[in-house]
Ligand binder design. Structure first.
Ligand code: G1P
Length: 289
């Protein structure tokens, strides 16, 4: 079984739901506590053993490339001032030379198209796909959990979590035949089912492990829900010839692509930090009156 070494992070979205904040700044750079959303996701990938991160970007996203580069002036200043803790943090969180790639999606044709844009950089290897809007807060980085499951199942895996029945029309939904196992075979999946037609309440959480055969299908995939080239549609075809398992996430998922999800993530991540939680709790309590 081939090891998963590379991860794809699609970051070409316009961020219209966060205007005016995203007029000049990519939505992925909005901060949850003290780090950009994208950094939380890269940290998760690296903690799971990912060695190379492929960013599928678009216009006005250059600052993401700068964020993951070394900054000699800043490093020198921190060293001069004896700020070794901050320096250590910068160094440990910056991917090494040659461990990142950036390619552009060029046109907003959907998630399936964004993933397809990474085909040459990924090559003939299975890979992880992480949608940066979705933050997973749990005891362990979720992708690490999925890697562990992959070592037993092989094939393709999709991270899932339960959502309210009223929200199933906003996500990809999978059917695992009512199984309560953490890792279960997928029977069916559907992208954003109309209200009342979802086969379950298990939503695709934005974490995947995929075989490179997906690229051949994406190449000719016709437009689906919302007029976009949907990854879920190609996965449905792939599921006819390759195994697909769902891995359930036990922690909390925050959809930072929505204002409320973003605010909730800030509250939850602040409360999960030993250095901030005590004072922050008092502030929240005072605001609630
Ligand atoms: C995408 C996927 C969907 C998944 C969701 C998670 O949709 O197509 O299956 O549930 O991400 O955020 P999007 O949010 O890009 O519309």
């Amino acid at each position: 079984m081939k090891r998963i070494r590379k991860a794809v992070l699609p970051v070409a979205g316009l961020g219209t739901r966060f205007l005016p904040a995203t007029r000049a700044m990519p939505k992925e750079m909005l901060t949850v506590v003290d780090r950009p959303v994208i950094q939380h996701v890269v940290d998760e990938a690296r903690a799971a053993g990912i060695e190379h991160v492929v960013f599928v970007t678009g216009r006005n996203k250059n600052v993401i490339e700068d964020h993951f580069d070394r900054q000699f002036e800043l490093e020198a200043t921190l060293r001069d001032r004896g700020k070794m803790k901050e320096l250590g943090l910068l160094e440990s969180e910056t991917p090494g030379a040659g461990a990142t790639s950036f390619t552009r999606q060029q046109a907003p044709l959907g998630l399936g198209h964004a993933v397809w844009c990474a085909r040459d950089i990924i090559g003939d290897e299975p890979f992880a796909l992480l949608l940066p809007d979705m933050l997973h807060l749990g005891a362990k980085p979720f992708l690490a959990d999925m890697m562990e499951a992959y070592s037993r199942t092989g094939g393709n895996l999709i991270g899932v979590y339960p959502v309210d029945e009223s929200e199933t029309n906003q996500y990809g939904i999978v059917d695992i035949g009512g199984s309560s196992d953490k890792v279960a075979e997928i029977r069916r999946m559907v992208e954003k089912p109309p209200r009342g037609t979802a086969p379950s309440n298990l939503a695709i959480s934005g974490r995947y492990i995929l075989q490179p055969t997906i690229f051949n299908l994406l190449e000719t995939q016709e437009r689906g829900a919302g007029g976009e080239i949907q990854l879920t549609d190609s996965m449905l075809t792939l599921a006819k010839s390759e195994p697909f398992h769902a891995v359930r996430f036990d922690g909390a998922v925050y959809d930072t692509g929505s204002k409320l999800g973003f605010l909730a993530a800030n509250v939850a991540y602040a409360l999960s930090r030993d250095d901030i939680a005590p004072d922050f709790k008092a502030i929240v309590k005072a605001h609630l009156g």
